[in-house]
Design a protein around this ligand. Structure first.
Ligand code: OAD
Ligand code: ZN
Length: 249
């Protein structure tokens, strides 16, 4: 069947990568941005715009901690989709997981080459000196009334920002460059749980090696469906474990 055929391509590829989006973390209880239950169906994306952060970092943090409380929920764990990708990596069938997610769940699942294009919400970063601190600590301080939270080193009192890419910000250049190199080398490009509507991540599949096989796993349609070799309009926790089983047996 189609899963077997896609699995054969993965087994045969010298280099293969996965690009993931919010849909991969939905089964872990983290809401997506678009589609059913999407954050942007309810909230204005400007809430998390970098210009708003700069204008009023204290209010930004209060909203961030409230609207993205899921990111700090200790009961959130990787699901079968994260596990399947980690297993494919461990068996040498996936060279990197490039993710737009900021929840850190691919790392928790044991994927060792994870490129976080939009950062990681578990860290906060000083806007002046660049020091990173655990976001969980910052959360406690904001809750205790520290608004905005600031770097607390001897010689710096810069404002702390979630170490996540906000609208209006550039992506971490090193992660993006590495993702582009992996993409250019990849003979199989697997996309899971992304609407493929946000640049530059959405254009990464087009940078795959010429003749590369594109495999999409997503509940809703994406702009690349027509170009894909395999489209699985299925839940990631069904399709990815099935793919893993078909690849590693
Ligand atoms: P989106 O929320 O745009 O898309 C998530 C996709 O996952 C949708 O197309 C759903 O159909 C699909 N989906 C949801 N649950 C699924 C499941 N269980 N199995 C399979 N598919 C499922 O998420 P992203 O593409 O990651 O950026 O969004 C990209 C960026 O837009 C985010 O990183 C964020 C956002 O604005 C920033 O904040 C900078
Ligand atoms: Zn600092």
């Amino acid at each position: 069947d189609r899963i077997e055929a896609a699995a054969r391509e993965l087994r045969a590829a010298d280099t293969a990568i996965a690009l993931t989006g919010a849909g991969v973390s939905v089964p872990s209880g983290i809401p997506p941005f678009r589609g059913e239950g999407g954050i942007w169906n309810e909230y204005d994306p400007d809430t998390f715009d970098v210009h708003r952060f700069r204008r009023d970092p204290g209010a930004f943090w209060a909203d961030w901690l409230e609207l993205r409380a899921d990111l700090f929920d200790a009961s959130v764990e990787p699901n079968a989709a994260h596990d399947a990708l980690a297993a494919l990596s461990a068996r040498g069938h996936l060279d990197a997981v490039v993710t737009q997610n900021i929840d850190g769940l691919h790392g928790d699942a044991g994927s060792d080459e994870v490129l976080e294009l939009h950062g990681n919400a578990r860290r906060a970063v000083c806007q002046r000196c660049g020091r990173a601190v655990p976001a969980a600590d910052v959360r406690e301080r904001v809750r205790a009334g520290e608004r905005p939270p600031r770097c607390e080193t001897e010689d710096c009192d810069g404002v702390l920002k979630p170490d996540a890419v906000l609208f209006g910000e550039r992506l971490p250049p090193e992660a993006l460059a590495r993702a582009e190199r992996f993409a250019a080398d990849s003979e199989v490009f697997l996309v899971a749980g992304s609407s493929l509507t946000v640049e530059p991540a959405a254009s990464l599949p087009a940078r795959a090696a010429s003749g590369a096989t594109l495999i999409l796993v997503n509940l809703d349609e994406t702009p690349l469906d027509a170009r894909a070799d395999y489209v699985f309009r299925e839940d990631v926790t069904d399709a990815l474990p099935a793919l893993r089983d078909a690849v590693v047996g």
